[in-house]
Every structure is written in structure tokens, then in C-alpha cells.
Design a protein around this ligand. Sequence first.
Ligand SMILES: [Zn+2]
Length: 80
Amino acid sequence: MHEEASFPTGDCPNCGPDSLGVWAPDVQTVCVKCDEILENLTWVDAQTLVKTGYRLDGVKLDGSRGCRSGACGVQQPNSP
Ligand SMILES: [Zn+2]
């Protein structure tokens, strides 16, 4: 599976800030939980998303992965 470096998050009127959204071309980004339109969208990398409480397959909370503590958005492969 190709791992995208970024995920859209934003402010959800129901779930609060840093809610994960679903993005599709020509469609506004909506909350994965309640389908409300997200505002103040921010694109975050997988590590940041996990730190905000979401679970992603194959991504574990580990601040040592990625350069600049993951701020560059490049996900380094996890060694077994
Ligand atoms: Zn929501």
C-alpha cells in the first residue's frame, strides 16, 4: 500500500479541532466521524495524525522516526 505523507485535518463543529477529514477532488473535506465540513484545514503527516489520537494501520507513535521529528512529512520505514 502506498503511504500518503499527508492527511487533511481541520476544525469540526461537532468533534472539535484536529479532526480527521476525508478529501476527494471537487468535494469539500468532511469529518470522518460525522460528515460535517471541516474548516481551517491543515495537512499533517501520519505521525502527527497518530499523535492527535487517530489510529493508522502500520503507523506507530514513535518520535524517533522521520527527520525533524517527522515535521518534514517524510515517513521513514519502520524497522522490524
Ligand atoms: Zn466531526
